[in-house]
Structures are given as structure tokens and as C-alpha cells.
Design a protein around this ligand. Structure first.
Ligand code: TYM
Length: 328
């Protein structure tokens, strides 16, 4: 059976990059795969988090899942911290991961660069991420491009464990879609769209009001040749906007080029804003209905039960394989 698992960290307000690279994929794939979508709250605390904010943001990510169209009757939605097997298998994965390979992770380098008091958990983060995926025997993991290195490491760890202790884990594959896997900042097409950019006009948040969305797109950088043409090499800023139009408007990049052929960037950006607003408005509405509701509590409780069941089976198998004494 094909199964997906993926998640979005509750560590900042969600921007449309996370929607493009991850959430929109989750919604699409839930029909094809047995699906597990979780909130990696244990990952969020690898950097300092305010407890109240962590609490609220964790609910928010779960609410986005439902609001964007993940059906909680079909998919399992849960919080990582409510499934203790993640931390336990995470430790086991740390015993398999080499210092050198963790040290090569570009996300660790980026997040620790120049910082003091970097937590040990930020370094071992990819071992926990491997455990998230392997516990559910996921065959596929839909992610944005920035997570592919972590996925490669997960595959290496699964293979290493399987060859040392006998086949225990499914070796997962990343699914990175052609469009939206790397949404860049609206101010600089060479930097990923990210909430950590101090320039607020560089990103669009899932909860941004229409007026803010229009304003941010109208100011987005383009280039001087004036043609709406999809070509990352020579026109990265415009290509980034075309991908957003394609993803949010559900049309191909060629269709976008055709539609705006001969028109300037002004008309293109105006319509892009409307396409994004049209997609976000119903999500925002449902988000507000559900985020602090008992309905969401129920979804998460149910999800945790199912996730604990599934994860428990794999954890037990892994512990047995390694030689731990188990009584089952
Ligand atoms: P996180 O929370 O940083 O991002 C969540 C997902 O969104 C994608 N993404 C983007 N895609 C396109 N353009 C962007 N600008 C953009 N920004 C974010 C990310 O690639 C990711 O797919 N380590 C993970 C969370 C995690 C996880 C897992 C994911 C923990 N365990 C197991 C999958 C499976 C992370 O920090 O993603």
C-alpha cells in the first residue's frame, strides 16, 4: 500500500511557500495515498519558542490542514508530541546517524551560522525527521525542495538500519513537484520565501488580507524586459510569479505565458493577486472557524490514537531487531 507522511513546523506564521511546496500537495495526494499529516512540534523547539505561541501555532498548523481541504475522515492528522514513539525512535536514529553526515546538512549550517547557544537538537534534527517518516512505513514524502537533503539522509538511515538489523523500515521516496517546490521571496528571486526575512513585503502569509496581498504583489520585483515568460535562468523573479499563478490558478505555466502575452507586468501582477486571494479566502474562513474549536481537538485526539497505534508497531519491531528486551 502506498502511504504518505509529511508535516509543517509550527515555528512561524505560515506563508504561501509552505502552501505551494507542501500543503497543496497534501490536499492533492490524500486521495491517492493512505495519508498521515502531522504537526512537527518537537522539531519547532529545536530553536527557542515562546510556550504560548508554540501552543497556538501548533493548533494553527492543524487547522490549516483541515481548512485547506484535508479530509480528517480519510487522513490521519496529529501532533508529533502526542506520539512518544517519535522521540524514542529519534534516539535510535541518532545512534545510526554519523556525526559527519549530520554536519553536512545545509539547513543546519544555515540555521546555526553565526548564532550562539545553538541547541544540540538542531544538529540531530534530521535523525528525528527520519524517525517521523520511518515510524509510519511511509512510501512517499511530499516536500518542498529544501527538504530533499533530509529525505536522502532518511533513506540512508533506513537502508543502514535494515542491513544491520534486518528489514524493518520502508525506504521512502521524496515527492517534489515541478511547480511550487521552491517559492522565492518577492523581493529577491534568489532567496527562499521565508518568514524569517525581516522585509515583510517579501512574503505573503496564509492569513494576509486581500489589500495586503495586492500591495505586496504590486511591489514584487520583476525585470526590465517586460515579458511574462517562464525562464528561471534569465527571468527568475518573473518565473517565480508565474509558478505562483500556475499553482494558485490551477493552469499551466504555458497558459500563463499565453494569457499575458503582450501585456505588461502590471496587468499580470494584478490578476495574480486576485488568483491568490480567491484561493486563500475560503481557507482563511474555514481556518477561523476551526482553529480554536472542539472539533479540531477531536480530530487531533482521534489522529493521535491512530498514529500511536501505527508508530507503536514499528517502534517495537525496531527495538526487537536491535536486541532490546521487549515483552509483548
Ligand atoms: P518546514 O516546516 O520548514 O516547511 C514545511 C514544508 O513546506 C515546504 N516549504 C516550501 N516549499 C516551497 N517554497 C518555499 N518557500 C517553502 N518553504 C517551506 C518545505 O519544503 C516543507 O516541505 N523538517 C521539516 C518538517 C518535518 C517533516 C518531517 C517534513 C519534520 N519531520 C517529516 C516531512 C516529513 C521542515 O522544517 O519543514
Amino acid at each position: 500500500m502506498k502511504r504518505i507522511l509529511s508535516g509543517i513546523k509550527p515555528s512561524g506564521d505560515l506563508n504561501i511557500g509552505g502552501y505551494a511546496g507542501a500543503l497543496s500537495q497534501f490536499v492533492k495526494y490524500q486521495h491517492e495515498f493512505d495519508s498521515f499529516f502531522f504537526v512537527p512540534d518537537l522539531h519547532a523547539v529545536t530553536v527557542a519558542q515562546d510556550p504560548k505561541e508554540l501552543h497556538q501555532r501548533s493548533r494553527e498548523i492543524a487547522a490549516y490542514y483541515v481548512a485547506a481541504g484535508i479530509d480528517p475522515e480519510k487522513a490521519t492528522i496529529f501532533l508529533q508530541s502526542q506520539v512518544p514513539a517519535h522521540a524514542e525512535l529519534g534516539w535510535i536514529m541518532e545512534t545510526q546517524a554519523h556525526f559527519g553526515e549530520l554536519n553536512r546538512m545545509t539547513q543546519f549550517k544555515e540555521k546555526s551560522d553565526g548564532k550562539e547557544g545553538v541547541s544540540a537538537s538542531l544538529f540531530t534534527y534530521p535523525a528525528l525527521m527520519a524517525s517521523d517518516i520511518l515510524l509510519y512505513q511511509a512510501t512517499h514524502v511530499p516536500v518542498g525542495e529544501d527538504q530533499t537533503q533530509h529525505l536522502e539522509l532518511t533513506r540512508d538511515l533506513a537502508n543502514r538500519f535494515n542491513s544491520r538489523f534486518g528489514t524493518t523500515f520502508t525506504v521512502p521516496e521524496a515527492i517534489v513537484q515541478d511547480i511550487g517546490a521552491r517559492v522565492m521571496g518577492l523581493d529577491d528571486p534568489h532567496k527562499k520565501m521565508s518568514k524569517s526575512n525581516p522585509n515583510k513585503a517579501s512574503y505573503i502569509l496564509m492569513l494576509d488580507e486581500p489589500a495586503a496581498i495586492r500591495k505586496k504583489f504590486s511591489r514584487a520585483v520583476t525585470d526590465s524586459d517586460g515579458q511574462v515568460r517562464y525562464d528561471w535562468e534569465s527571468k527568475p523573479a518573473v518565473s517565480n510569479l508565474i509558478e505562483l499563478y500556475s499553482l494558485f490558478g490551477e493552469v499551466s505555466t504555458e497558459d500563463v505565458e499565453r494569457r499575458f502575452d503582450g501585456q505588461g507586468y502590471g496587468a499580470f501582477k494584478k490578476e495574480l493577486a486576485e488568483v491568490v486571494i480567491a484561493k486563500l479566502e475560503p481557507i482563511q474562513q474555514r481556518f477561523h472557524e476551526i482553529v480554536n474549536s472542539a472539533e479540531l481537538d477531536e480530530i487531533l485526539k482521534r489522529g493521535a490514537r491512530k498514529a500511536n497505534e501505527e508508530a507503536g508497531k514499528t517502534l517495537l519491531a525496531a527495538k526487537k531487531a536491535m536486541g532490546f528486551v521487549t515483552f509483548d
